[in-house]
Design a protein around this ligand. Structure first.
Ligand code: PLP
Length: 551
């Protein structure tokens, strides 16, 4: 026996209670204490002993408690089949629900009790509540009539991958914690990098590597921290307040947020203005001007976040030219290709990654366009050791030979958290089940539908396309008199959006760029077909007719 093994400690600490146990329990205990730790049987036995010892007055509950089997394989099979039926029916019927939930704030409190049940409830009752109370409060992102934000794409393969990921519930913080989880992630990230024609410098099979983060925000945060520490190691931590970061006024709002989390002085976050003339992409000349002014003021340029496919209008920043400027000042360059990057698996879009060899990191979220359930953000870095240096932890309880030997990847050192899910299973199933060919045709089909919508808009002179379409997002507005009076046109379009969305038959969102209020029609929900696009257009047109008649 080891001198201080956790289980033995529990036993000896209850010696006074030991004397009061009946002989057969004592015999079992004695036997258990001879087993070599760690021992599963011993631990579970110990758990039951301490329960009976500590719970004394609750003994009357024990028979029921002993029936409690939170993971009974046969019960699992039965209930999971019911859930699969429920989900398949949901997918079949999702089109019949209002896309944008019509409930009022606080609605759920009036439907559900204020406390959790003491006794177990029937699974069928719970499913009924999901149907009756949860579904009405859902905005149906999977509806074929969802054209808002960027859609969240799904597929049977993605779902099955999610089931398997959940099945294992592995917490693969380091290689040993689940070697397959780490190694599959490395393989899948290399596969996707190859599909995107990324340079070898981003691949494990080259000199870099990729990792699955939960969100783009985290991908940006970890690279920012790596970049920050690299610079502070040279100039001293006392100079943190001198570090400056750059993006454009179209960079996603997660960027300034990540910068604040990383300790960047909020006054040193430069969001450089863009204009319609450059289709809202960041100008390398403007970047250089701002950086030069900062350097002249004694500040230290740290990090540039360029975007391929901005959230408002899918603008594409010229990566190569921006990287030339940034590299001249020793900055870390990150490319946020959360949405647009997926299109680059098609050869006709790979030019958007021109110059990618000059950047330090790139992130892309397959949950946005590659049929992989939320959340899955792939981050590739050229120099993983910078991430590891900034983020690694090495507590005694996680130490093990493979990690010490430096022959494995421990993904806990590439992310903020310690624990991590086996998400690569999801992506692996998606890539294998569909193949590059089907994923390419999925992207192309969305783009074809967006072009259809664009054609329909162009056929009606009351509408205008405000920003040229790049991917499957169409940015437009109703502008019947072709007038420049912003306030009037904005009000008209606000009313149009409200009118269309309130029907529950379509959900679109808006944005404001260059001071212009525009409507966004984002094609991409997995179940959307040409007929849904045509129906959406008819609805928009009718709403415009009604508005203009009443105006
Ligand atoms: C270009 C871009 N970057 C970043 C994000 C934010 O991503 P996340 O929610 O994964 O942090 C979005 C969200 O739509 C986006 O469109």
């Amino acid at each position: 026996m080891q001198p201080l093994h956790a289980c033995t400690f529990c036993l000896t600490s209850t010696t006074s209670t030991y004397a009061t146990l009946n002989p057969s329990t004592r015999a079992t205990l004695d036997f258990a204490s001879t087993l070599p730790p760690p021992c599963y049987k011993y631990s579970s036995f110990q758990a039951s002993i301490s329960t009976s010892v500590q719970m004394g007055s609750l003994e009357s509950n024990l028979p029921e408690t002993s029936q409690f089997k939170p993971l009974d394989p046969e019960e699992f099979r039965k209930q999971a089949h019911q859930v699969v039926d429920f989900i398949a029916d949901y997918y079949k019927n999702v089109e019949t629900y209002p896309v944008l939930s019509q409930v009022q704030p606080g609605y759920l409190q009036t439907c559900l009790p204020g406390t959790a049940p003491y006794r177990p409830e029937q699974f069928a009752t719970i499913l009924e509540d999901i149907q009756n109370h949860i579904i009405p409060g859902m905005t149906h992102w999977l509806s074929p009539n969802f054209f808002a934000f960027f859609p969240a794409t799904v597929s049977t393969a993605g779902f099955l991958g999610e089931m398997l990921c959940t099945c294992f519930n592995s917490v693969g913080f380091n290689w040993l914690a689940s070697p397959a989880a780490t190694e599959l992630e490395m393989i899948v990230l290399d596969w996707l990098a190859n599909m995107l024609k990324l340079p070898k410098t981003f691949l494990f099979s080259g000199s870099g590597g990729g990792v699955i983060q939960n969100t783009t925000s985290e991908a940006v945060l970890v690279t920012l921290i790596a970049a920050r520490d690299r610079v502070l190691n040279n100039i001293g931590v006392q100079n943190l307040s001198k570090l400056v970061v750059y993006g454009s006024d179209q960079t996603h709002a997660m960027f300034p947020k990540a910068c604040k989390v990383a300790g960047i002085n909020p006054c040193n976050i430069r969001l450089i203005p863009t204009t319609i003339d450059s289709c809202f992409s960041l100008s390398p000349v403007a970047l250089r001007t701002v950086v030069e002014a900062d350097v002249a003021a004694g500040l230290v340029p740290l990090y540039l976040c360029a975007t391929v496919g901005t959230t408002s209008t899918t603008a594409v920043d010229p990566i190569g030219l921006l990287a030339d400027v940034a590299n001249a000042y020793g900055m870390w360059v990150h490319v946020d290709a959360a949405y647009g990057g997926s299109a680059c698996i098609c050869p006709e879009f790979t030019h958007h990654f021109n110059g990618i060899e000059s950047v330090d990191s790139l992130s892309l979220s397959p949950h946005k366009w590659l049929l992989t359930y939320l959340d899955c953000c792939c981050l590739w870095v050229k120099n993983p050791s910078l991430l590891v240096m900034a983020l690694s932890t090495n507590p005694e309880y996680l130490r093990n030979n493979p990690s010490e030997s430096d022959s494995v990847v421990d993904f806990k050192d590439w992310q903020i958290g310690t624990g991590r899910r086996f998400k690569s299973l999801r992506l692996w199933l998606v890539l294998r089940s569909h193949g590059t060919a089907n994923l390419q045709s999925h992207i192309r089909s969305d783009i074809r539908m967006a072009k259809t919508f664009e054609r329909l808009l162009k056929s009606d002179p009351r509408f205008e396309i405000v920003v040229p379409r790049q991917f499957a997002l169409v940015c437009f507005r109703l502008n019947p008199d072709n007038q420049c009076r912003f306030d009037h046109t904005e009000l008209l379009n606000r009313k149009l959006l409200e009118s269309v969305n309130s029907t529950g038959r379509v959900y679109m969102t808006h944005t404001i760029v260059g001071g212009v209020y525009i409507l966004r029609f984002a094609v991409g929900a997995t179940l959307t077909e040409e007929s849904h696009v045509a129906a959406a257009w008819k609805l928009i047109k009718e709403a415009a007719d009604a508005l203009l008649k009443g105006a």
